[in-house]
Design a protein around this ligand. Structure first.
Ligand code: NAI
Ligand code: MG
Length: 365
Protein backbone atom coordinates (compact mmCIF):
# COMPACT_ATOMS: atom_id res chain seq x y z
CA UNK A 1 0.00 0.00 0.00
CA UNK A 2 1.31 3.40 -1.00
CA UNK A 3 1.59 6.07 1.72
CA UNK A 4 1.35 9.81 1.08
CA UNK A 5 2.69 11.91 3.94
CA UNK A 6 0.74 15.13 4.30
CA UNK A 7 1.57 17.97 6.71
CA UNK A 8 -1.54 19.69 8.02
CA UNK A 9 -1.45 23.28 9.24
CA UNK A 10 -5.08 23.88 10.11
CA UNK A 11 -4.28 27.35 11.46
CA UNK A 12 -6.73 29.79 13.00
CA UNK A 13 -10.41 30.62 13.09
CA UNK A 14 -12.40 28.51 10.66
CA UNK A 15 -9.18 26.88 9.38
CA UNK A 16 -9.46 23.75 11.56
CA UNK A 17 -13.22 23.48 10.94
CA UNK A 18 -12.91 23.36 7.16
CA UNK A 19 -9.70 21.32 7.08
CA UNK A 20 -11.37 18.59 9.17
CA UNK A 21 -13.88 18.09 6.39
CA UNK A 22 -11.20 17.98 3.71
CA UNK A 23 -9.33 15.31 5.64
CA UNK A 24 -12.50 13.31 6.12
CA UNK A 25 -13.02 13.33 2.36
CA UNK A 26 -9.41 12.39 1.55
CA UNK A 27 -9.53 9.51 4.01
CA UNK A 28 -12.73 8.12 2.55
CA UNK A 29 -11.31 8.15 -0.96
CA UNK A 30 -8.17 6.34 0.20
CA UNK A 31 -10.19 3.78 2.17
CA UNK A 32 -12.45 3.00 -0.76
CA UNK A 33 -9.53 2.79 -3.19
CA UNK A 34 -7.53 0.41 -0.98
CA UNK A 35 -4.21 0.92 -2.81
CA UNK A 36 -2.97 3.97 -0.91
CA UNK A 37 -3.48 5.90 2.28
CA UNK A 38 -2.73 9.33 3.66
CA UNK A 39 -0.53 9.77 6.70
CA UNK A 40 -1.44 13.17 8.18
CA UNK A 41 0.84 14.98 10.62
CA UNK A 42 -0.71 17.95 12.39
CA UNK A 43 1.27 21.09 13.20
CA UNK A 44 -0.17 23.56 15.70
CA UNK A 45 1.31 26.63 14.01
CA UNK A 46 -0.63 29.86 13.65
CA UNK A 47 -1.71 32.84 15.70
CA UNK A 48 -2.59 30.99 18.90
CA UNK A 49 0.86 29.46 18.78
CA UNK A 50 2.32 32.93 18.24
CA UNK A 51 0.55 34.28 21.31
CA UNK A 52 1.99 31.44 23.44
CA UNK A 53 5.46 31.13 21.93
CA UNK A 54 6.13 34.40 20.15
CA UNK A 55 6.56 32.61 16.81
CA UNK A 56 4.17 31.61 14.05
CA UNK A 57 6.14 28.47 13.22
CA UNK A 58 8.89 26.53 15.05
CA UNK A 59 12.46 27.51 14.29
CA UNK A 60 13.08 24.19 12.52
CA UNK A 61 9.56 24.18 11.02
CA UNK A 62 10.60 24.61 7.40
CA UNK A 63 13.19 21.85 7.78
CA UNK A 64 10.57 19.51 9.23
CA UNK A 65 8.08 20.22 6.47
CA UNK A 66 10.57 19.15 3.81
CA UNK A 67 9.89 15.43 4.24
CA UNK A 68 6.21 15.72 3.30
CA UNK A 69 4.67 15.14 -0.12
CA UNK A 70 2.33 18.09 0.37
CA UNK A 71 1.07 20.62 2.90
CA UNK A 72 -2.65 21.09 3.53
CA UNK A 73 -3.32 24.51 5.03
CA UNK A 74 -6.49 26.04 6.52
CA UNK A 75 -6.03 29.74 7.13
CA UNK A 76 -3.93 31.92 9.36
CA UNK A 77 -4.68 35.26 10.94
CA UNK A 78 -6.56 36.33 14.02
CA UNK A 79 -7.37 39.61 15.77
CA UNK A 80 -4.57 40.38 18.22
CA UNK A 81 -1.75 39.34 15.89
CA UNK A 82 -0.97 41.89 13.15
CA UNK A 83 -1.86 40.44 9.73
CA UNK A 84 1.54 41.28 8.24
CA UNK A 85 3.16 39.09 10.90
CA UNK A 86 0.84 36.11 10.47
CA UNK A 87 1.05 36.28 6.70
CA UNK A 88 4.79 36.89 6.37
CA UNK A 89 6.02 34.58 9.10
CA UNK A 90 4.03 31.56 8.08
CA UNK A 91 2.39 31.56 4.68
CA UNK A 92 4.84 33.68 2.72
CA UNK A 93 7.78 31.99 4.44
CA UNK A 94 6.56 28.59 3.27
CA UNK A 95 5.82 29.82 -0.27
CA UNK A 96 9.28 31.37 -0.58
CA UNK A 97 11.31 28.71 1.24
CA UNK A 98 9.78 25.98 -0.89
CA UNK A 99 9.98 28.00 -4.10
CA UNK A 100 6.25 27.55 -4.68
CA UNK A 101 6.36 29.99 -7.53
CA UNK A 102 3.11 28.92 -9.16
CA UNK A 103 -0.18 29.80 -7.52
CA UNK A 104 -3.03 28.06 -9.32
CA UNK A 105 -6.50 29.40 -8.67
CA UNK A 106 -9.40 27.98 -10.63
CA UNK A 107 -12.21 30.48 -11.21
CA UNK A 108 -14.81 28.03 -12.43
CA UNK A 109 -18.51 28.36 -11.81
CA UNK A 110 -19.62 24.87 -10.82
CA UNK A 111 -23.09 23.72 -11.87
CA UNK A 112 -25.54 24.74 -9.16
CA UNK A 113 -23.25 27.40 -7.65
CA UNK A 114 -24.65 30.94 -7.29
CA UNK A 115 -23.42 33.68 -9.61
CA UNK A 116 -24.21 37.36 -9.10
CA UNK A 117 -23.80 38.22 -12.79
CA UNK A 118 -26.97 38.52 -14.83
CA UNK A 119 -27.16 36.91 -18.24
CA UNK A 120 -24.05 34.77 -17.85
CA UNK A 121 -24.28 31.05 -18.49
CA UNK A 122 -22.61 28.66 -16.06
CA UNK A 123 -20.07 27.39 -18.58
CA UNK A 124 -18.97 30.94 -19.44
CA UNK A 125 -17.05 31.29 -16.19
CA UNK A 126 -14.19 28.84 -16.50
CA UNK A 127 -10.81 30.47 -15.96
CA UNK A 128 -7.56 29.18 -14.58
CA UNK A 129 -5.50 31.87 -12.90
CA UNK A 130 -1.77 31.30 -12.75
CA UNK A 131 -0.35 33.83 -10.32
CA UNK A 132 3.34 34.49 -9.74
CA UNK A 133 3.85 33.54 -6.13
CA UNK A 134 7.37 34.30 -4.90
CA UNK A 135 8.39 37.79 -5.96
CA UNK A 136 6.82 40.79 -7.71
CA UNK A 137 4.97 43.20 -5.44
CA UNK A 138 5.21 40.74 -2.51
CA UNK A 139 9.00 40.48 -2.58
CA UNK A 140 9.19 42.21 0.78
CA UNK A 141 11.86 44.62 -0.41
CA UNK A 142 11.77 48.18 0.82
CA UNK A 143 12.60 50.57 3.58
CA UNK A 144 11.00 52.76 6.21
CA UNK A 145 13.09 55.84 6.68
CA UNK A 146 12.76 58.40 9.47
CA UNK A 147 10.04 56.22 10.99
CA UNK A 148 7.60 58.27 13.06
CA UNK A 149 9.22 61.57 12.05
CA UNK A 150 7.77 64.33 9.97
CA UNK A 151 10.01 63.48 7.03
CA UNK A 152 8.96 59.81 7.11
CA UNK A 153 9.45 57.97 3.77
CA UNK A 154 8.28 54.46 2.96
CA UNK A 155 9.52 52.43 0.00
CA UNK A 156 7.91 49.18 -1.10
CA UNK A 157 9.78 47.80 -4.07
CA UNK A 158 8.56 45.25 -6.57
CA UNK A 159 11.04 42.66 -7.76
CA UNK A 160 10.68 41.11 -11.21
CA UNK A 161 13.65 38.90 -12.02
CA UNK A 162 14.12 37.49 -15.49
CA UNK A 163 14.17 33.99 -14.05
CA UNK A 164 11.03 34.55 -11.97
CA UNK A 165 9.09 36.24 -14.75
CA UNK A 166 10.08 33.80 -17.45
CA UNK A 167 9.32 30.67 -15.50
CA UNK A 168 5.79 31.69 -14.49
CA UNK A 169 4.95 32.81 -18.02
CA UNK A 170 6.40 29.62 -19.46
CA UNK A 171 4.41 27.54 -16.98
CA UNK A 172 1.26 29.34 -18.13
CA UNK A 173 2.03 28.70 -21.82
CA UNK A 174 2.64 25.01 -21.08
CA UNK A 175 -0.70 24.82 -19.27
CA UNK A 176 -2.59 26.58 -22.06
CA UNK A 177 -0.93 24.34 -24.64
CA UNK A 178 -1.77 21.16 -22.73
CA UNK A 179 -5.38 22.22 -22.19
CA UNK A 180 -5.90 23.63 -25.68
CA UNK A 181 -6.91 26.99 -24.21
CA UNK A 182 -6.10 30.64 -24.89
CA UNK A 183 -3.68 32.50 -22.62
CA UNK A 184 -4.25 36.00 -21.30
CA UNK A 185 -1.52 38.06 -19.66
CA UNK A 186 -2.62 40.77 -17.23
CA UNK A 187 -0.23 43.61 -16.45
CA UNK A 188 -0.04 47.39 -16.24
CA UNK A 189 2.69 48.53 -18.57
CA UNK A 190 1.33 52.03 -19.03
CA UNK A 191 1.78 53.06 -15.38
CA UNK A 192 4.42 50.64 -14.07
CA UNK A 193 7.00 51.68 -16.59
CA UNK A 194 9.76 49.30 -15.51
CA UNK A 195 8.29 46.15 -14.00
CA UNK A 196 5.28 45.73 -16.23
CA UNK A 197 6.98 46.84 -19.43
CA UNK A 198 9.47 44.10 -18.67
CA UNK A 199 6.65 41.61 -17.94
CA UNK A 200 5.00 42.41 -21.29
CA UNK A 201 8.32 42.02 -23.09
CA UNK A 202 8.98 38.61 -21.53
CA UNK A 203 5.43 37.53 -22.38
CA UNK A 204 6.07 38.50 -26.01
CA UNK A 205 9.38 36.66 -26.08
CA UNK A 206 8.08 33.44 -24.58
CA UNK A 207 4.98 33.51 -26.79
CA UNK A 208 7.25 32.98 -29.82
CA UNK A 209 8.06 29.52 -28.47
CA UNK A 210 4.34 28.66 -28.45
CA UNK A 211 3.01 29.77 -31.83
CA UNK A 212 -0.13 27.63 -31.52
CA UNK A 213 -1.30 29.23 -28.27
CA UNK A 214 -3.61 32.16 -28.92
CA UNK A 215 -2.74 35.06 -26.59
CA UNK A 216 -4.33 38.22 -25.25
CA UNK A 217 -2.86 41.00 -23.13
CA UNK A 218 -4.91 43.31 -20.91
CA UNK A 219 -4.20 46.09 -18.47
CA UNK A 220 -5.29 45.07 -14.99
CA UNK A 221 -7.99 47.72 -14.66
CA UNK A 222 -9.58 46.74 -17.97
CA UNK A 223 -9.28 43.08 -17.02
CA UNK A 224 -11.20 43.67 -13.78
CA UNK A 225 -14.01 45.24 -15.78
CA UNK A 226 -14.02 42.53 -18.45
CA UNK A 227 -14.09 39.71 -15.90
CA UNK A 228 -17.50 41.05 -14.90
CA UNK A 229 -18.81 42.14 -18.29
CA UNK A 230 -17.51 39.32 -20.45
CA UNK A 231 -15.96 36.55 -18.35
CA UNK A 232 -15.87 34.03 -21.19
CA UNK A 233 -12.92 35.89 -22.71
CA UNK A 234 -10.65 34.48 -20.04
CA UNK A 235 -9.36 30.91 -20.15
CA UNK A 236 -5.82 30.47 -18.82
CA UNK A 237 -4.61 33.72 -17.24
CA UNK A 238 -1.11 34.64 -16.08
CA UNK A 239 -0.40 37.61 -13.86
CA UNK A 240 1.76 39.04 -11.10
CA UNK A 241 1.54 38.32 -7.38
CA UNK A 242 -0.52 41.38 -6.37
CA UNK A 243 -2.80 41.49 -9.41
CA UNK A 244 -3.43 37.76 -9.08
CA UNK A 245 -4.31 38.14 -5.43
CA UNK A 246 -6.87 40.84 -6.10
CA UNK A 247 -8.37 39.46 -9.30
CA UNK A 248 -8.88 35.99 -7.85
CA UNK A 249 -10.98 37.42 -5.01
CA UNK A 250 -13.02 39.10 -7.74
CA UNK A 251 -13.04 35.71 -9.47
CA UNK A 252 -14.26 34.05 -6.27
CA UNK A 253 -17.12 36.54 -6.10
CA UNK A 254 -18.38 35.60 -9.57
CA UNK A 255 -17.81 31.87 -9.11
CA UNK A 256 -19.83 31.06 -6.01
CA UNK A 257 -18.13 33.12 -3.32
CA UNK A 258 -15.12 32.77 -1.04
CA UNK A 259 -16.60 29.60 0.44
CA UNK A 260 -15.89 27.89 -2.88
CA UNK A 261 -12.49 29.23 -3.94
CA UNK A 262 -9.35 27.11 -3.71
CA UNK A 263 -5.70 27.61 -4.48
CA UNK A 264 -2.59 25.51 -4.91
CA UNK A 265 0.96 26.75 -4.32
CA UNK A 266 3.16 24.60 -6.49
CA UNK A 267 6.84 23.91 -6.76
CA UNK A 268 6.55 22.35 -10.22
CA UNK A 269 10.00 20.76 -10.05
CA UNK A 270 8.85 18.87 -6.93
CA UNK A 271 12.09 19.65 -5.14
CA UNK A 272 9.99 20.86 -2.22
CA UNK A 273 6.47 20.13 -1.01
CA UNK A 274 3.60 22.03 -2.60
CA UNK A 275 0.82 23.56 -0.50
CA UNK A 276 -2.94 23.40 -0.92
CA UNK A 277 -5.35 25.84 0.72
CA UNK A 278 -8.72 27.50 0.44
CA UNK A 279 -8.14 31.11 -0.58
CA UNK A 280 -10.35 32.53 2.14
CA UNK A 281 -8.95 33.67 5.48
CA UNK A 282 -9.71 32.58 9.02
CA UNK A 283 -13.08 34.41 9.08
CA UNK A 284 -13.01 35.38 12.78
CA UNK A 285 -16.56 36.73 12.40
CA UNK A 286 -17.99 33.22 11.99
CA UNK A 287 -15.29 31.06 13.62
CA UNK A 288 -16.27 28.37 16.12
CA UNK A 289 -19.91 28.23 15.01
CA UNK A 290 -19.71 25.37 12.51
CA UNK A 291 -21.21 27.50 9.76
CA UNK A 292 -18.12 27.94 7.57
CA UNK A 293 -18.40 26.49 4.10
CA UNK A 294 -15.90 23.63 3.76
CA UNK A 295 -16.20 23.39 -0.03
CA UNK A 296 -13.18 25.62 -0.73
CA UNK A 297 -11.06 23.41 1.51
CA UNK A 298 -12.53 20.34 -0.19
CA UNK A 299 -11.76 21.81 -3.62
CA UNK A 300 -8.15 22.25 -2.50
CA UNK A 301 -8.20 18.60 -1.41
CA UNK A 302 -9.21 17.82 -5.00
CA UNK A 303 -6.17 19.78 -6.23
CA UNK A 304 -4.04 17.81 -3.78
CA UNK A 305 -5.39 14.56 -5.21
CA UNK A 306 -4.45 15.72 -8.73
CA UNK A 307 -0.99 16.59 -7.49
CA UNK A 308 -0.24 13.27 -5.82
CA UNK A 309 -1.31 11.39 -8.93
CA UNK A 310 -5.03 10.69 -8.55
CA UNK A 311 -6.54 13.01 -11.13
CA UNK A 312 -9.46 10.65 -11.52
CA UNK A 313 -10.42 11.23 -7.88
CA UNK A 314 -9.71 14.95 -8.10
CA UNK A 315 -12.21 15.17 -10.94
CA UNK A 316 -14.71 12.89 -9.21
CA UNK A 317 -14.60 15.10 -6.13
CA UNK A 318 -15.48 18.16 -8.23
CA UNK A 319 -18.35 16.22 -9.82
CA UNK A 320 -19.66 15.33 -6.39
CA UNK A 321 -19.39 18.96 -5.26
CA UNK A 322 -21.51 19.92 -8.27
CA UNK A 323 -24.03 17.25 -7.34
CA UNK A 324 -24.26 18.70 -3.83
CA UNK A 325 -24.69 22.23 -5.19
CA UNK A 326 -27.39 21.14 -7.61
CA UNK A 327 -29.29 19.20 -4.90
CA UNK A 328 -29.29 22.31 -2.66
CA UNK A 329 -30.26 20.12 0.30
CA UNK A 330 -27.11 20.35 2.40
CA UNK A 331 -25.47 23.79 2.16
CA UNK A 332 -23.96 26.26 4.63
CA UNK A 333 -25.60 29.69 5.20
CA UNK A 334 -23.27 31.55 2.80
CA UNK A 335 -24.87 29.50 0.00
CA UNK A 336 -28.38 30.00 1.35
CA UNK A 337 -28.61 26.75 3.32
CA UNK A 338 -28.85 26.00 7.03
CA UNK A 339 -26.50 23.04 7.37
CA UNK A 340 -23.32 22.89 9.41
CA UNK A 341 -19.75 22.60 8.18
CA UNK A 342 -19.65 18.90 9.14
CA UNK A 343 -23.00 18.12 7.55
CA UNK A 344 -21.67 19.38 4.23
CA UNK A 345 -18.54 17.25 4.63
CA UNK A 346 -20.65 14.23 5.54
CA UNK A 347 -22.90 14.67 2.51
CA UNK A 348 -19.84 14.85 0.24
CA UNK A 349 -18.62 11.62 1.82
CA UNK A 350 -22.01 9.95 1.21
CA UNK A 351 -22.15 11.04 -2.41
CA UNK A 352 -18.55 9.93 -3.00
CA UNK A 353 -19.20 6.57 -1.42
CA UNK A 354 -22.25 5.97 -3.59
CA UNK A 355 -20.32 6.93 -6.73
CA UNK A 356 -17.26 4.87 -5.94
CA UNK A 357 -19.22 1.79 -4.89
CA UNK A 358 -21.33 1.85 -8.05
CA UNK A 359 -18.18 2.24 -10.17
CA UNK A 360 -16.74 -0.72 -8.35
CA UNK A 361 -19.85 -2.79 -9.06
CA UNK A 362 -19.68 -1.83 -12.75
CA UNK A 363 -16.10 -3.05 -12.87
CA UNK A 364 -16.82 -6.48 -11.41
CA UNK A 365 -20.02 -7.02 -13.41
P1 NAI B 1 -11.81 36.14 5.23
O1 NAI B 1 -11.65 35.39 3.97
O2 NAI B 1 -11.40 35.44 6.46
O3 NAI B 1 -13.34 36.57 5.40
C1 NAI B 1 -14.02 37.46 4.51
C2 NAI B 1 -15.53 37.26 4.62
O4 NAI B 1 -15.90 36.03 3.97
C3 NAI B 1 -16.01 37.14 6.05
O5 NAI B 1 -17.27 37.76 6.18
C4 NAI B 1 -16.13 35.65 6.27
O6 NAI B 1 -17.11 35.29 7.22
C5 NAI B 1 -16.51 35.14 4.88
N1 NAI B 1 -15.95 33.80 4.64
C6 NAI B 1 -14.65 33.48 4.40
N2 NAI B 1 -14.51 32.17 4.26
C7 NAI B 1 -15.73 31.62 4.39
C8 NAI B 1 -16.22 30.28 4.36
N3 NAI B 1 -15.42 29.22 4.15
N4 NAI B 1 -17.54 30.07 4.57
C9 NAI B 1 -18.37 31.12 4.78
N5 NAI B 1 -17.96 32.41 4.83
C10 NAI B 1 -16.66 32.65 4.64
O7 NAI B 1 -11.00 37.50 5.06
P2 NAI B 1 -10.72 38.66 6.12
O8 NAI B 1 -11.90 38.84 7.00
O9 NAI B 1 -10.23 39.79 5.32
O10 NAI B 1 -9.50 38.15 6.99
C11 NAI B 1 -9.62 37.49 8.24
C12 NAI B 1 -8.26 37.01 8.69
O11 NAI B 1 -7.78 36.00 7.78
C13 NAI B 1 -7.20 38.10 8.68
O12 NAI B 1 -6.38 37.89 9.81
C14 NAI B 1 -6.41 37.85 7.40
O13 NAI B 1 -5.09 38.26 7.47
C15 NAI B 1 -6.49 36.36 7.31
N6 NAI B 1 -6.34 35.83 5.93
C16 NAI B 1 -5.61 34.70 5.79
C17 NAI B 1 -5.49 34.09 4.57
C18 NAI B 1 -4.75 32.82 4.49
O14 NAI B 1 -4.38 32.23 5.48
N7 NAI B 1 -4.53 32.29 3.32
C19 NAI B 1 -6.10 34.68 3.37
C20 NAI B 1 -6.89 35.85 3.62
C21 NAI B 1 -6.98 36.41 4.87
MG1 MG C 1 -5.90 37.03 -1.02
Amino acid sequence: MKTHKIAVIAGDGIGPEVINEGIKVLNVIATLDQTFHFDFTFFPWGCEYYIQKGRMIDEDGIERLKEFAAIYLGAVGFPGVPDHISLWELLLTIRKSFDQYVNIRPVTLLKGAPCPLAGVRQEEIDMLFIRENTEGEYAGAGDWLYKGKKEEVVLQNSVFSRKGTERIIRYAFETALKQGKTLTSISKGNALNYSMVFWDQVFQEVSKEYPTVKTYSYLVDAAAMLMIKDPKRFEVVVTSNLFGDILTDLGAAIAGGLGLAAGANLNPERKFPSMFEPIHGSAPDIAGRQIANPLAAIWSASQLLDYVGYERYGKLLLDVMEQLLIEKQVLTPDLGGSSTTSEVGNRIVELLTIRLKSEHLERIN
